[in-house]
Design a protein around this ligand. Structure first.
Ligand code: PGA
Length: 247
């Protein structure tokens, strides 16, 4: 059973399980792409979006959805990892989505983790988003500490794409993707909260009991830097899709 509520400006969709959150999310993405074939997507990595990407791949393979004119911008990348590193987010995107759909790779953008001048690359990333006329539809996960992209607690509402230090709990959460915790990079490049809030529409997906606290604090209480996802309350078109465990 799916429950739909409105909390302030945020639309909250509560699904039975992870599979259904992915189905709901994929439907929103597919409808938006069908309406505007050259949609600009903001994309996320991590465990959460994998099922949603599988749905999009299935639709593409069945001929029900084309990404031929779609552009994409990913939220973040580990500093120091090149695109061919198996734990880099560029690698993740290729393996979990781009390699399986008809998107032009040259239309896909992931922040450069190995730039010699990361500050300049961050500015250029912001410029590229502007040149593409902004992000139409942004996908987000949420960290157990309330982060969105790698905007950790303490990030400001007006932050832009920049290099950040990862918090210990984020490093712990992400250690599961590495062979050991010491391999998790301690810095990353991330779109800022100001960058994310400029997306025309935002869909955040959260599943599992370890997201319950972060989801609740994001939706209830005033927006504040301790829970970066709470700043989404300032967005006019934001939907949270969560499963029962996260609610
Ligand atoms: P996860 O990460 O999907 O791997 O739980 C989400 C996030 O940190 O934003």
């Amino acid at each position: 059973m799916t429950e739909i509520k409105k909390i302030g400006t945020i639309k909250l969709i509560i699904c039975d399980d992870l599979k259904n959150t992915a189905k709901h999310g994929a439907k929103i993405f597919a409808e938006a792409i069908r309406k505007k074939s050259d949609l600009v997507l903001g994309l996320a990595t991590g465990g959460t979006p994998v099922e949603l990407y599988k749905e999009l791949i299935r639709m593409n393979k069945e001929g029900a959805l084309s990404f031929r004119q779609v552009n994409s911008f990913n939220l973040d990348e580990y500093l120091g990892l090149a695109g061919d590193h198996p734990q880099s987010y560029r690698y993740f995107m290729n393996k979990n989505l781009f390699d399986h759909i008809d998107i032009e790779k040259s239309n896909t953008h992931v922040p450069d983790g190995t730039s010699e001048n990361p500050d300049i690359s961050c500015k250029q990333y912001e410029e590229s988003i502007k040149e593409a006329n902004g992000i139409d539809l942004q996908l987000l996960g949420i960290g157990s500490n309330g982060h969105i992209a790698f905007n950790e607690p303490g990030s400001s509402l007006t932050s832009r794409t920049r290099v950040v230090d990862l918090k210990e709990n984020t490093i712990n959460d992400n250690a599961r993707f590495f062979s050991n915790k010491s391999e998790v990079p301690k810095k990353a490049v991330t779109m800022g909260i100001g960058t994310i809030l400029e997306a025309k529409k935002i869909v955040l997906i959260a599943t599992g009991a370890n997201k319950k606290d972060a989801v609740s604090k994001s939706l209830n209480g005033k927006p504040n830097p301790n829970i970066p996802a709470s700043f989404l309350q300032n967005h006019p078109d934001c939907t949270f899709i969560i499963d029962n465990e996260a609610s």
